[in-house]
Design a binder for this molecule. Sequence first.
Ligand SMILES: Nc1ncnc2c1ncn2[C@@H]1O[C@H](COP(=O)(O)OP(=O)(O)OP(=O)(O)O)[C@@H](O)[C@H]1O
Length: 233
Amino acid sequence: MQPQVVLDRVSAGYANRSVLKQLTLCVPSFAITAVVGPNGSGKSTLLGVIAGVIPVTGGSLEHRTPGRPSLVVQRSKAADALPLTVRDAVAMGRWGRRGLWRGLSRRDRDVVDASMDRLGITSLAHRQLGELSGGQRQRALVAQGLAQEADLLLLDEPSTGLDATARRLIADVLAEMAAQGVTIVQVTHDLEAAGAAEHVVVLQEGRLWAEGAPVEVLTDRAVERVWRLPGRV
Ligand SMILES: Nc1ncnc2c1ncn2[C@@H]1O[C@H](COP(=O)(O)OP(=O)(O)OP(=O)(O)O)[C@@H](O)[C@H]1O
């Protein structure tokens, strides 16, 4: 297994709040890694650290390839308030390559069209992002992530609030991308989705609880201990 990202005793957090503590882990290349853990365990913070938007305060972080990762976060109120169509939002995925003020090339437009098509939102292209349903907006944000054509795609709970069809669609898109050579890291509360990933990282209170193949890591005992679930009677 060739790692795409290696974290060695990484600590990170926010002003006056340390969140990740001495985290050592690997993200395997060309595979899906699921990051799981209870609320507040540091999953989104880890994604921000890997994306380079949250600075490391200790330890080291290495990427195998130099390009900028693509980060797909959940809907933000700020983005919803902007007068953006779905097509505009997906096209923003090309900004990193084109620069903000240069027009889109033929190829950029083709990638934007293909990304919308892959997520089944072509018919929504001219709708305002702010007036979409939660699931439609989530698909648009994933399409924006696809349009970036990054080596590393980072997604924060991409399937939360989606119906079964949309969840399946996104899972299929991600599996297809991994097969095409993209490395994917997905934060999720859906342990079933995590069980379908190649690699799982379990966080608890900012520390690594375990990492490895889902069958090794997501045992009943681990789930009870990490999520502090009472044993079933
Ligand atoms: N912008 C911020 N400023 C200060 N503290 C923050 C910020 N964002 C998150 N935190 C804190 O960092 C800790 C980890 O948060 P994080 O969002 O990484 O957890 P998470 O595992 O993704 O949680 P959830 O499952 O609830 O989404 C929490 O204690 C949270 O309150």
